[in-house]
Design a protein around this ligand. Structure first.
Ligand SMILES: O=c1ccn([C@@H]2O[C@H](COP(=O)(O)O)[C@@H](O)[C@H]2O)c(=O)[nH]1
Ligand SMILES: [Zn+2]
Ligand SMILES: [Zn+2]
Length: 623
């Protein structure tokens, strides 16, 4: 029809209209294409900026089946390289901080002997300016040794730990890192005094020592240090703790009161960890604390203006400090650097580390498929009685498969197996069960032990442990038995389960619902990805990616799997079987019930740890 001479002008003008319209559309689209997620909240840059990680627990490969946390450690290194360049181009400073817990949670860290043999060389590729130790570096000696010989050695004066000692030779204990660091930032010349603390942890191996903060502040070295570095010599104090920053965790409050005696108006920034949440707390008008989640799901961002006047008001705090929680994915990383092509984003070092990770995963066979899982099984997205609860799966199907390691172990006809829910670290997803899955769901290699007690006592233990709440930790040798999800700083506020204003931020961990990096503008609420919705002392605008909150359920301290005869007498000898990790708790619970037991009555039962039971279940096609 365009051959018709009369129609040609129309055709031309139609073509023109289409072209113009297309051009207009295209002109509007580039902003959309250049920035596929305009809904992301931008970072605020200040005089000094911090990038913070904590509780990485070996997740350096990224979350392979959750796109929203799919960046790997190499991508993270590229990201921070650009951020540092941006900061320096603006004449600002950028420092990297990590708050510990690098083991126990992923095949990359836990499938090697010693633990961390492949993951720590990957972790230390990141250029941290300040880092400290977590409790997972102290349960097992091999982890402490690696911390001392690999991590502390590599970072040298940047490895700051003011209350943990390591046995360097028989009976000789030395600080595992530097007790403090005093330095001046390269761009703004900010004089920083940095210290590092682990919470009052008592399950450390015998070759290490942890001094509680309450004891450290009585020591002469810290009093001398603060007397030497008088306020006129310090612009900013940085405390890097493997300690939750929430107001209800007393240790930082004690430390803060102590520091303020020497530095009444110096800015103090705390970095925290351990309870695996995103959190930000305002301690006073010149002091705040940031905690940046867990498992390479979050990169924390903290900015401080150093030149804000000394007057005290709420807006002063907001003018001084800013915080963000960045989702650990390329989409967020690239957005915050303003770089739109991956080729430009990835740095040679970042690329090298990503290759190193792939190689390590291949060598460890982490993607070796053992079997198939028929459904998602959740930790707290459903109640523990729901068919999709991982705890129901364990108590109904997995724990009954536990057998004694050898035939000489005497068995009673009745038994109760108890596990601390903290021994489960992650949801189990539908699809292939790989070697990695085993470590992700339950990394701990504890032994099962048994004690035989009259049935009337055995049946009460779970209830006592679950009624113990937080006091349990303090009374039973500070075991920190509570699973992280119950240790949220926000859990003091009653939980609202409609998902709209959940006081503790939560993530929905289903791969089915994780979003695609190329997803368009999130304009409608129903299009938001389910994930963390953080409510902290600055409000609820901290998450760089606006998420939709999810319903979460309370998880008890322990769950049990029973094999009991309803008709037998109360005095029937009954085997209580549990991980050796919770021996003190079980003895304490029996005592509460009126049965006095000694540790010597507890005997070995099996070395088939939870991960192995799950592995076997998958291998035998039982899901
Ligand atoms: O052998 C172990 C060691 C630890 N746990 C559980 O881990 C948490 C502590 O983990 P964080 O990452 O420091 O929060 C502890 O409360 C135990 O529940 C374990 O089960 N077995
Ligand atoms: Zn942790
Ligand atoms: Zn911890």
């Amino acid at each position: 029809m365009f051959g018709n001479s009369h129609s040609r002008p129309i055709a031309i003008s139609l073509g023109l209209v289409v072209t113009v319209l297309a051009t207009i559309l295209l002109l509007r689209q580039p902003a959309y294409h250049k920035d596929p997620a305009p809904s992301l909240r931008n970072l605020e840059w200040r005089d000094i900026n911090f990038v913070h990680t904590t509780d990485t627990h070996g997740w350096y490969s990224g979350h392979l089946n959750q796109k929203q946390y799919q960046a790997d450690w190499g991508n993270f290194i590229s990201f921070t390289t650009h951020l540092r360049e941006i900061a320096h181009a603006k004449g600002q400073d950028l420092l990297l901080v990590d708050s510990g817990d690098r083991h126990d949670g992923n095949g990359l860290s836990d499938a090697t002997k010693p633990n961390g043999a492949k993951s720590l060389p990957i972790f230390i590729q990141q250029d941290y300016d300040i880092l400290t130790i977590g409790n997972h570096e102290l349960y097992e000696f091999e982890n402490s040794k690696a911390e001392y010989e690999i991590v502390a050695k590599h970072y040298n004066s940047n490895y700051i730990c003011s209350n943990v000692e390591y046995e360097v030779s028989e009976g000789v204990f030395k600080s595992i890192g530097r007790k403090y660091k005093y330095f001046t930032t390269p761009m703004k010349g900010i004089r920083i005094l940095a210290l590092g603390f682990l919470f009052d942890f008592r399950r450390n191996n015998d070759h290490t020592r942890v001094k509680p903060i309450s004891q450290v502040i009585e020591e002469s070295w810290i009093n001398d240090l603060f007397s030497e570095f008088t306020p006129d010599k310090v612009d900013l104090i940085v405390i890097n703790g493997h300690i939750p920053v929430s107001h209800d965790w007393e240790e930082l409050q004690t430390l803060h009161a102590f520091i303020r005696r020497f530095y009444p108006s110096t800015k103090i920034q705390y970095f925290g960890g351990h309870s695996h949440i995103r959190d930000f707390a305002v301690y006073d008008d010149k002091s705040t604390g940031l905690q940046s989640g867990r498992f390479c799901e979050t990169v924390g961002w903290l900015g401080i203006n150093t030149n804000v006047s000394q007057s005290s008001s709420n807006s002063e705090v907001k003018n001084t400090f800013t915080r963000s929680y960045i989702d650990f994915n390329l989409h967020s990383f690239m957005h915050h650097t303003g770089i739109t092509s991956f080729e430009k984003f990835t740095t040679p070092k970042g690329e090298h580390v990503s290759r190193q990770i792939k190689k390590a995963r291949y060598e460890l066979g982490l993607e070796t498929v053992v079997g198939q899982v028929n459904s998602n099984y959740y930790m707290d997205y459903v109640s523990i009685t729901h068919p999709k609860s991982i705890f129901k799966l364990l108590s109904d199907k997995i724990l009954p498969t536990l057998k004694p390691t050898n035939d000489s172990i005497e068995l009673s006809s009745e038994r109760i197996i108890i596990i601390n829910t903290g021994s489960i670290r992650y949801d189990l997803y539908k699809g292939p069960f790989t070697l990695d899955t085993e470590y992700i769901v339950s990394p701990f290699r504890n032994n099962w032990v048994k004690i035989t007690v009259p049935k009337k006592y055995a049946v009460g233990v779970t209830n006592v442990l679950n009624g113990g709440g937080y006091i349990l930790n303090k009374e039973v040798d500070n075991l920190h038995l509570l699973p992280p999800q119950q240790r949220s700083s926000r859990s003091i506020t009653p939980k609202i389960l409609d998902g709209s204003r959940n006081p503790s931020q939560k993530v929905f961990q289903s791969p089915e619902l994780s979003y695609s990096i190329n997803e368009g503008v999130v304009s409608e609420r129903k299009q938001l990805t389910k994930g963390y919705v953080t409510h902290d002392d600055f409000g609820d605008d901290g998450d760089d990616t606006p998420h939709r909150a999810v319903v979460t359920h309370k998880v008890p301290n322990v769950i049990e799997s029973t094999c009991l005869d309803q008709n037998s007498s109360d005095d029937t000898p009954t085997d209580l079987i549990f991980y050796d990790f919770i021996i003190p708790n079980i003895i304490w619970a029996l005592h509460e019930l009126g049965f006095e037991a000694e540790k010597s009555q507890v005997s070995f039962f099996s070395s088939d740890y939870l991960g192995k039971l799950l592995h076997e279940y998958a291998r035998n096609d039982k899901f």
